[in-house]
Design a protein around this ligand. Structure first.
Ligand SMILES: Nc1nc2c(ncn2[C@@H]2O[C@H](COP(=O)(O)OP(=O)(O)OP(=O)(O)O)[C@@H](O)[C@H]2O)c(=O)[nH]1
Ligand SMILES: [Mg+2]
Length: 361
């Protein structure tokens, strides 16, 4: 039986599938054993070939939004009651409060409330009416044309990943790598977070697990040089994808935001139309804070899309709604857990259906 190999070459069972490591700074080799432990523990991931059958999109979104759905499905269901509820000012105020609790933002919540008021004032509303109306309103607010990756017309597609500290960048890179590898695409990773030695180690471990090549640099070395070497390695080896990690930074740190522009420029010296994507990873548990991050990053780093990580850990999963409403940036992927397969392409329909389903489950 052939071993699964993300680089497309069939291997004999006796051969090991191993990641190759290219050091962007040949003077000092990385001494992985001597580095501090990674700050973020790596979740165990089953081998790609042993992944469970793909769970339906609705189920995955529903599971991820469990805590948020609880607010809607418990609090609002209780508010409306089995027999329906007379739409008066008290009801409309309470409804608004519960909707806002999901972090969907005041404007979408007000729009849903006002539509219910207009349609049902002085009459009884039922849970199904409420959810139907909310679904239509939210679909309208969130509609986006583009999901998935904008692939290069030819040559490697370069993806840069940016965001604040701990938002889930490196884990999302592992998830993207897993996804591409499962599609038979070859991936070169660039360990552009040279700020912490542990960051390089974290990505190196993922590269070994996922069978991707990695380009690293010394701790403290220029991240742009690592990005350059990674893009160059991807080009020279005809890889399908190159993903460049970056150190976490605050959107308010002007010099660090400028560094992102420099990394971008350097990448484009190797591959003129690259990077093809600059993905901003936002932590869904950050709620409204994620919105100010999106504001700062989308302007300074010219982001092309959002990865919303940790949607599984929040009761405020409604935050995707104002993010879509306020920024002209498509939400491309969502993070649903810590393992490399806990990831899904974002779909407005699946999201809205999962969030506003009238099932009691
Ligand atoms: N539950 C859950 N945890 C996640 C998800 N994505 C990342 N994490 C966890 O969040 C923590 C931070 O993730 P990292 O990927 O290291 O974040 P980062 O943005 O690279 O962090 P820095 O490099 O320090 O800026 C880790 O413990 C991850 O396992 C997700 O979708 N769901
Ligand atoms: Mg990281």
């Amino acid at each position: 039986m052939a071993i699964w190999n993300p680089f497309g070459k069939k291997k004999n069972p006796s051969e090991q599938v191993s990641a190759e490591t290219v050091d962007a700074s040949p003077i000092v080799e990385l001494e992985l054993e001597q580095q501090e432990a990674p700050s973020a523990p790596l979740a165990a991931t089953p081998p790609v070939a042993a992944q469970p059958e793909k769970v339906g999109m609705f189920g995955r979104f529903r599971q991820a939004l469990k805590k948020t759905v609880q607010v809607l499905n418990t609090d609002i269901r209780d508010l409306v009651g089995k027999e329906g509820r007379l739409v008066d000012d008290t009801f409309l105020d309470e409804l608004f409060t519960y909707l806002v609790k999901t972090d969907m933002g005041n404007r979408p919540a007000a729009k849903i409330r006002d539509e219910i008021k207009q349609k049902f004032r002085g009459r009884k509303v039922h849970m199904s009416d409420l959810m139907d109306s909310a679904r239509t309103t939210i679909r309208e607010i969130m509609k986006q044309d583009q999901a998935g990756i904008n692939f290069a017309a030819s040559g490697p597609t370069v993806i840069m990943v940016v965001g604040v500290n701990g938002s889930g960048k490196t884990t999302s890179i592992a998830k993207l790598t897993h996804r591409f590898a499962a599609q038979g695409k070859s991936v070169v990773l660039g360990a552009g977070d040279t700020f912490r030695a542990a960051a390089v180690e974290q990505l190196t471990i993922w590269s070994e697990r996922l069978g991707a090549k990695i380009v690293t640099g010394r701790q403290g070395s220029d991240p742009a040089s690592v990005a350059y070497k990674a893009a160059e390695a991807a080009k020279n080896e005809n890889a399908d994808i190159c993903i460049v990690d970056t150190a976490g930074r605050l959107q308010t740190q002007t010099n660090l935001m400028d560094e992102l522009s420099r990394i971008k420029r350097v990448i484009s010296k190797v591959i003129p139309d690259a990077p093809h994507e600059v993905l901003l990873v936002l932590d869904a548990t950050a709620g409204q804070n994620a919105i100010s991050q999106a504001k700062g990053f989308s302007a300074a780093a010219e982001c092309t899309g959002i990865v919303l990580a940790k949607l599984d850990g929040t009761a405020k999963g409604g935050v995707v709604i104002p993010i879509r409403q306020e920024f002209n940036l498509p939400v491309k992927f969502i993070g649903l857990g810590e393992t490399s397969d806990a990831f899904a392409e974002f779909s407005v329909d699946a999201y809205v259906d999962a969030l506003l389903n009238t099932d009691e489950s």
